[in-house]
Design a protein. Sequence first.
Length: 394
Amino acid sequence: MPDALARAHALLAEHPLMDGHNDLPWEARVQAGYDFERLDISTPVASTVTDLPRLRAGGVGGQFWSVFVPSSLQGDAAVTATLEQIDGVHHMIRSYAAELALARTAEDVDVARSQGRIASLLGAEGGHSIGCSLATLRALHVLGVRYLTLTHNDNVPWADSATDVPAVGGLTAFGREVVRELNRIGMMVDLSHVAASTMRQAIEVSVAPVIFSHSSARAVCDSPRNVPDDVLECLRDNGGVCMVTFVPEFLSPATAQWRVEAAAAAAERGVDAKDWVAFHRFATQYRREHPKPDATIEDVVAHLEHVRDVAGIDHVGIGGDYDGTDTYPVGLEDVSGYPRLVAALVTASGPTWTLHSSSAATPCGSCATSRPSPGTCRKPGDRASGRSRSSTAD
């Protein structure tokens, strides 16, 4: 393992990792009101799992910062909070200009790397952030947002979420317009959090590659937040990327089952598991009497291998969701852990991950901008029916 870890560090030095999803901006909002003197990420921070020293130790060359706001916010309140999140990220980048660089394109990512800075991109997590307005969507793009997750935990009026009761059968006519507008302005369609029907229909509509910014493989862990095999197969033709996440509930079947049971217990107490804030508070108490099973680096490797085997090596990525959930796989407890994952990949049993294929799974710049590429996805008979109803908040 020491030799593998040394090889992993060398690989990440040559091919810095591009991570698809990090929720540090929300923590900065909650903990310090975006005051980076109070929450100084230039030094190790005890209250987050992300800071600049640990990003450097982890070999991160590019990060999509999520400008997430809870889907309990709707309409103008959601839009306002999203704008505040965007402003907070811009403030963070300015505050640490020697370490971070705003990136709007793949070329910007390359420039940041040449300067020794971490490319910083923005992603909006949930269609509620645009308030059913294409003009608002375009404004987010002007402000530097480069992907839109179509839903969060709740449905939006024009798209079904993976963790809500289906309402529109995937995408409405307006939802399809959202996908087309995202394509037109050069902003990526992110299908994490959405229902499988929404995934398939979005890929059918999109003429540019789609992404899953933080989702894993449903065949390995049967969570509605994960990607079914038929959709992974579609990524080959679409050119898209599934960025495997580190949320234990989406990695380990045992942890996923714990989440189902926790959600049921929360419902008995009148807590909606889709309510990200309320359920997190409940789950913190619930874990004291019902310990949550750990996920492992080996679980992450299993998902990466499955996505590689089904979609192809060019369609594998990583979206850790750091600072967006309460626990992480053993060995990946913070953003410094990526080299341990890469070491596990290059020593994995079964189909071998070579240094070349591992670098393909950790590209710097591959997801910075969408490129034209028509993609289609056939809808299977009813493969998504009967999905588990575990609620996820991440």
